[in-house]
Ligand binder design. Structure first.
Ligand code: SAM
Ligand code: SF4
Ligand code: F3S
Length: 415
């Protein structure tokens, strides 16, 4: 039987897409090869968010082609549609295909790839895409070009998928979309969808990424805080703390609006889940073209004020087709690194302060893996926890443990 292997780059959305490609290929008679070198067909599910992500894929594809002349190589994902990529890689790639057209290349039948039952890589945590694409067109971002316009999946289909996962024993459902707040299906918005999933019987957690501050409604804040199964974690990317830069990024909100949201989220958690801890994370881009040192300090100020638990920093990377591509990338690499370091120092302080609140508390932890005598798991607030224990077979279970120590990036606990 022919063998396949998939290399995935980029975000959770791509990981989820690869899970669907894997099950589709297995239905076509392919079996999984442990390494690319052993496969007859290798699928590169690519990411174009930054140049570094692109380069990683190019390097691996060239490498594979050099060593294995006969392997069939498919390039899909967020680089598949780019003309410059197709030209650059045409000698080494056999087929370029958008993810949604993937099935069409194997069978004549037209089918919606989101209907394919995924081959989940994990037995207790599952990604469930609720929408794909993006209509926001932030000036730096390639996603609207790479993935096209927003398409929401029918709520019934999502509910069925979650129900089946819970029956199989899944404990953490992660709803995915570039902009989950814009979800809509026949009168069902994201808040209503969350409420529906929250009523599915079983002991499981619900979380979601990503949210956009412009569309983060009061109804949603209340829903998150009220729904018992929805985790006490909000990932709300701000990108910049400076209003002028936010405007040039086409984000359509201000620093004041963002900080107002954070305040409302905190108040709602305190009101509806007074005994719970909660966490807030974000994305920040440093060195957007024209960002002055002073403007950058507004991002630093927001990071301080919002007391983030986690921030994914990224140095601005010019992306073809986007509006910011045409603006001179005038912040030096050295300065971008310096700004990242400043944010990292702030994050270390706010994260440590937040983590200290956990010490002495007995809380739920989903155990993800075990190495020797140590279990590694996550809290409902997405904090990593280490637990030393001789108890057997806890992986995939939600257990209660007492937090004994707070570090910068993780917690320690004991039973
Ligand atoms: N939809 C989400 C939002 O609006 O926040 C983000 C999705 S994007 C896949 C993930 C992150 O990549 C963004 O939040 C942003 O910080 C970062 N990113 C996107 N384009 C970038 C670029 N050109 N350079 C650097 N970072 C970028
Ligand atoms: Fe990109 Fe903006 Fe869409 Fe997020 S909302 S995917 S940053 S264009
Ligand atoms: Fe994700 Fe990268 Fe595409 S971050 S949506 S895989 S460009």
């Amino acid at each position: 039987m022919p063998k396949y292997h998939i290399k995935t780059f980029g975000c959770a959305m791509n990981v989820s897409d690869s899970e669907r490609i894997a099950s589709f290929l297995e239905k076509q008679g392919f079996i999984l090869a442990k390494k690319t070198e052993l496969a007859d067909l290798v699928v590169f599910n690519t990411c174009g968010i930054r140049q570094t992500a692109e380069n990683r894929a190019y390097g691996m594809i060239h490498d594979l082609r050099k060593k294995h002349k006969d392997t069939k190589i498919i390039l899909t994902g967020c680089l598949a549609n780019r003309k410059d990529v197709q030209i650059r890689m045409k000698k080494v790639v056999d087929l370029f295909t958008e993810i949604k057209d993937f099935p069409k290349n194997f069978s004549k039948k037209q089918m919606n790839y989101l209907c394919i039952k995924p081959k989940h890589t994990n037995k207790f945590q599952a990604y469930v895409p609720i929408m794909t694409g993006c209509n926001k067109f932030c000036s730096y971002c390639v996603v609207p070009y790479a993935r096209g316009r927003e398409i929401s999946r029918p709520a019934k289909e999502i509910e069925k998928e979650v129900q089946a996962l819970i029956k199989k024993g899944y404990k953490h459902i992660i709803l995915l979309g570039q902009n989950v707040n814009s979800y809509k299906d026949d009168g069902i918005n994201f808040s209503k969808l969350l409420k529906k999933i929250n009523t599915i019987p079983g002991n499981f957690w619900i979380s979601f990424v990503s949210s956009h501050p412009k569309d983060f409604s009061n109804e949603l804040i209340e829903t998150i805080a009220k729904c018992k199964k929805v985790c006490e974690w909000v990932h709300l990317p701000i990108q910049s703390g400076n209003d002028k830069i936010l405007e040039r990024m086409n984000r359509r909100y201000t620093q004041k609006h963002y900080l107002g949201l954070i305040k409302k989220i905190r108040l709602a958690f305190k009101k509806y889940k007074p005994d719970s801890l909660y966490s807030i994370s974000s994305d920040i881009i440093v060195g957007f073209p024209g960002e002055t040192k002073k403007q950058f300090m507004d991002s630093a100020e927001v990071a301080q004020k919002a007391k983030f638990d986690m921030v994914f920093f990224g140095q601005f990377s010019p992306r073809p087709e986007t509006v910011a591509w045409k603006i001179k990338d005038n912040v030096s690499k050295k300065e971008k690194v310096r700004r990242e370091k400043i944010l990292n120092e702030i994050l270390k302080k706010t994260a440590t302060e937040n983590n200290k609140k956990y010490v002495g508390r007995k809380i739920d932890i989903l155990i993800e893996k075990q190495i020797n005598n140590i279990y590694f798991g996550k809290t409902r607030t997405m904090k990593n926890v280490k637990i030393k224990s001789k108890i057997k077979n806890l992986v995939g279970k939600i257990v209660k443990a007492k937090i004994t120590k707070a570090n910068i990036w993780n917690l320690e606990a004991s039973f």
